[in-house]
Design a protein around this ligand. Structure first.
Ligand code: UGA
Length: 459
């Protein structure tokens, strides 16, 4: 976006992964994101370049954005919670060793609070030239996948944190002037370093908390006959609560929510705030409960036995309009169903079969490391269908796990006719027309919706 909006600024994206850079320089970009192709096509070769020559371009840069991944640690102290800063530290060492001029270093990756402190030490100790100064800024990213280009074009806010020193304030002003090319000044918020780092973790924690809150109420709705969509609408009209992010679901996924909350929990524990840590950890536990509750609902509805029954999974991505499967609730749901002996058959319009095998065979958090250490699951353990009809043929049930728009327009009569009876639909996203499905003959379950009489009896 900087390259697009500021033609006078030269932007070079560097990565040591040659394949990835080659893809960025080709017609098939390494990630799918609506609108990204146009942005890259407009700026590439003009003032946007992709290169593996890290040394040259970092040495020449005035501002370096560090966007390496910060996975959850899988071993050692803080395993399962703390962020692994290996890649960040590695990047800092490279920057320090090649720098011959002073630079602004921008933390773009989501990092634990006080990371800037540690990074500054690495930079100072590893740079041989005493005249080179590094000023560290925190500039967290708030874009969401699927709407990234829109979010970058018109962000709610840009947050820049820096030190309250003369050079710190000057660095903040420099970065703010870059964003000011297209972001209104009143939307560029400047804070101290730690506030910026903590704001990113807090924003994600509070967004995830909203989903866990509405999901907890969805369980209560099913037990009482209330309808979670009606409740969400009723509370969302209160302008203090607001209508967004209140869709009950089978659970939240994505690469950030769980990771960032665990990180927050770890930081709280590290500074002795156990009650605060427990409070935020509950958001994750509620998310796990929701996925488990969904699996148990499927099993109990289907007469407490799904052994050898075929179950179609509609949607594997963590949300619609992306092929991203990181921490998708579909992983835990499929594993839960398979553990009870079901034959799971997945259909997703964007996710590659290889990705499904890899995800179901990979241990928690391992996916976020460059080469996952667990092997992909055996291809015989799970089926992947080329289309939705194939997935549902002879199945006993369909589970909708991603809210893809195309799922709404299928011919459910034809699907019903091809399935075993009684035919069940478990709508984990509440996107289908449940009344119509019941008319066709499906036994239909929606998250947080009044229960089908058939399910009340068998639950
Ligand atoms: C999230 C945040 O929304 C971004 O602001 C943040 O920058 C980003 O993480 C990040 O830290 O990189 P993202 O993970 O791309 O963005 O996707 P979201 O739209 O937030 O959805 C996350 C999960 O919550 C999805 O599984 C989605 O289906 C689920 N969700 C969302 C619900 O179950 N109900 C809702 O009402 C909304």
């Amino acid at each position: 976006m900087i390259a697009l909006k500021c033609p006078q600024i030269e932007v070079v994206v560097v990565d040591i992964n040659e394949q990835r850079i080659a893809a960025w320089n080709s017609d098939k970009l390494p990630i799918y994101e609506p609108g990204l192709d146009e942005v890259v096509k407009t700026a590439r070769g003009r003032n946007l370049f992709f290169s593996t020559d890290v040394t040259k371009h970092v040495a020449e840069a005035d501002i370096v954005f560090v966007s390496v991944n910060t996975p959850t640690k899988t071993r050692g102290v803080g395993a399962g919670k703390a962020a692994d800063l290996t890649y960040w530290e590695g990047a800092a060492r490279v920057i320090a060793s090649v720098s011959k001029s002073s630079k602004i270093i921008v933390e773009k990756s989501t990092v634990p609070v006080k990371t800037a402190d540690a990074i500054e030490k690495v930079l100072r100790r590893n740079c041989k030239d005493p005249n080179v100064q590094f000023e560290i800024l925190s500039n967290p990213e708030f874009l969401a996948e699927g709407t990234a280009i829109e979010d970058l074009t018109a962000p709610d806010r840009v947050l820049i944190g820096g030190k309250d020193t003369e050079s710190g304030r000057a660095a903040i002003a420099t970065l703010a002037s870059v964003y000011a090319h297209w972001v209104p000044r009143e939307r560029i918020l400047c804070t101290n370093l730690w506030s910026a780092e903590l704001s990113k973790l807090t924003a994600n924690a509070m967004l995830a908390q909203r989903i866990s809150s509405v999901n907890s109420i969805s369980a209560l709705c099913e037990a009482t006959g209330a309808d979670v969509q009606q409740v969400a609408k009723s509370i969302g009209t209160d302008s203090r609560i607001g209508p967004k992010f209140l869709n009950a679901s089978v659970g939240f996924g994505g690469s950030c929510f769980q990771k960032d909350i665990l990180n927050l929990v770890y930081i709280c524990e590290s500074v002795g705030l156990q009650s605060v840590a427990d409070y935020w950890h509950q958001v994750i536990l509620m998310n796990d409960y929701q996925k488990q509750r969904f699996v148990e609902r499927v099993i109990s509805a289907m007469f407490n036995t799904i052994s050898k029954k075929k179950i179609a999974i509609y949607g594997f991505a963590f949300k619609k309009d992306t092929g991203d499967t990181r921490e998708t609730p579909a992983i835990d749901v499929c594993r839960g169903l398979m553990a009870d002996g079901a034959r799971v058959c997945v259909y997703d319009p964007q996710v590659e079969p290889q990705q499904v095998y890899q995800d179901l065979g990979t241990e928690k958090f391992e996916w976020d490391h460059p080469s996952p250490r667990s092997p992909p699951i055996a291809k015989t353990a799970i089926a992947i269908a080329p289309d939705h009809m194939e997935a549902a043929r002879d199945a006993h049930a369909i589970c909708v796990l991603t809210e893809w728009d195309e799922f709404k327009s299928y011919d459910y009569q034809a699907i019903y006719d091809s399935m075993n009876k009684p035919a069940f639909i478990f709508d984990g996203r509440n996107i289908l027309d449940h009344a119509k499905l019941r008319e066709i003959g499906f036994i239909t379950y929606g998250i947080g919706k009044p229960l089908d009489p058939f399910l009340v009896k068998s639950y």
